[in-house]
Design a protein around this ligand. Structure first.
Ligand code: HEC
Length: 424
């Protein structure tokens, strides 16, 4: 091995030799800045920091394995279907840079050649919020164990209807918050009725008493009738705030409550969390209202032991519109999900394919261009579940699993953003 590389080096012309030398500061740091440091730095939930050579070097082999297998950065959409503006994958050249660096001894090189350090802004990136709503009390996160999704409610204290232009979630304890989903619940909505402002719960609310007959006919969670509760924002580590495109906005009714669904991951250190949501309202009403809705199928029933149980949800699009984001959501047995557009006389078009779903990552996939859909088109969501003992997250492979909002039950939920005219 030594003599082979020695011979090679002797034969290589100077320029190529220089190109083959991959150094941490000069070559690897730019990749880590762009793709990794947003999460891999002190105070964030990733298990180690990549800000310095000293912190990164012991992880070199694990880093190579993670990027070659495309396990990191977390991104689960199959690149064969659709292009996404928030695609965080490394390109082949970046993967090669990391691989070469690790394979040639993970050398440090000259620190002076590192690009300028990133400034991580942990404050408001949306300007000064017009409204800040926080979870109603400091929430104690235990040292270890598993914390079920925890819900909080707060009154938004809105005396008039508003249009949201920007929204940002700032976690109280960044290293413990793995995701947050933020909902606005309009007055009169039946969504989680027992959770009222000031309240906190991790009790499931959605578990049908009597199991409905199984069917492939899906439904919309909110429906175009609207008015239930709508997801208006979300947070994942290194995620971006919601910033409406020009002419767009999200609508909230006067008197709405804000509901927070928090996913905390204990990491050996106890902490408290007081997550905040900042909102900048539009000065003038937009022309398009962005709505977050979901295709669901509440009739699912996953047989015990099944390694690859498919469930579909088929819905008909009730109006001409366009779709700007997808968010697949299942629980611990969720394995894969695909969203397709069916149009009469045409082959089905795959809008999003997630072949290896990971419950730990509630990601949103934003198509490069909004996808035009027409009244009468159908959306078909297919979800696959692994209820076998080979699924290491499976809490009980012997159980037939129905719909329910606790992670030990299941869901078929495909969130998406679409638009309607702001003034109907
Ligand atoms: C969105 C946040 C985020 C980004 C971006 C990210 N990571 Fe991670 N990484 C995590 C978290 C959180 C974990 C802990 C495991 C998990 O939750 O999946 C992790 C785990 C890892 C691990 C340990 C894997 C294992 O098998 O235990 C490695 C290695 C790693 N990341 C490398 C990288 C590299 C290299 C990049 C950039 C190319 C990167 N990560 C980008 C959040 C991130």
């Amino acid at each position: 091995m030594f003599s082979l590389s020695g011979t090679l080096m002797l034969c290589l012309p100077g320029a190529l030799l220089a190109a083959a030398q991959v150094e941490f500061h000069k070559d690897v740091t730019p990749v880590l800045r762009k793709h990794c440091q947003g999460c891999h730095r002190p105070g964030e939930p990733a298990p180690f920091s990549m800000l310095t050579y000293k912190d990164t070097r012991p992880w070199a082999k694990a880093i190579r394995a993670a990027v070659v297998a495309r396990k990191m950065p977390p991104w689960f959409a199959n690149p064969a279907h659709g292009e996404f503006q928030n695609d965080s994958r490394l390109n082949d050249k970046e993967i090669e840079t990391i691989t070469k660096w690790v394979d040639t001894g993970a050398v440090e090189g000259d620190p002076a050649k590192a690009p300028k350090a990133l400034a991580f802004d942990q404050g408001w990136r949306i300007g000064k919020p017009d409204l800040i709503v926080e979870i109603p009390a400091d929430f104690p996160i235990p040292k270890d164990g598993v914390v079920d999704y925890t819900w909080f409610a707060a009154d938004m204290k809105l005396t008039e209807d508003k249009w949201i232009e920007k929204l940002q979630v700032i976690p109280g304890s960044r290293e413990h918050v793995h995701h947050a989903l933020i909902f606005a619940r309009a007055p009169g909505s039946k969504f989680r009725p027992t959770l009222q402002p000031g309240g906190v719960t991790s009790r499931p609310e959605i578990r049908p008493e009597k199991l409905p007959p199984q069917s492939d006919k899906g439904s919309f969670a909110i429906g175009v009738g609207l008015g239930a509760a709508e997801m208006i924002g979300d947070y994942v580590p290194n995620g971006d705030p919601y910033i409406a495109e020009p002419g767009q906005g999200r609508f909230v009714k006067a008197g709405s409550h804000m509901l927070f669904q928090m996913h905390y991951t204990p990491n050996g250190k106890p902490a408290t969390d007081r997550t905040r949501v900042g909102i900048v309202f539009a000065k003038t009403p937009p022309t398009e209202r962005v709505i977050n809705d979901a295709v669901i199928n509440t009739t699912l029933r996953i047989p015990p032991g099944e390694p690859n149980h498919p469930v579909t949800a088929l819905v008909t699009v009730p109006r001409d519109t366009k779709i700007g984001a997808f968010g697949p959501h299942m629980h611990l047995r969720g394995k894969a999900m695909r969203v397709e557009l069916l149009r009469a006389g045409q082959d089905p078009k795959v809008l999003l394919d997630v072949p290896a779903y990971d419950f730990n990552w509630q990601l949103k996939y934003q198509p490069k261009d909004w996808v035009t859909v027409r009244k009468g088109d159908q959306l078909r969501v297919t979800a696959w579940y692994d209820n076998s003992p080979n699924n290491r997250y499976n809490p009980d492979p012997k159980r037939e699993v129905p719909w329910g909002d606790q992670s030990t039950d299941e869901m078929l939920f495909a969130f998406f953003d679409y638009v309607i005219p702001a003034q109907p």
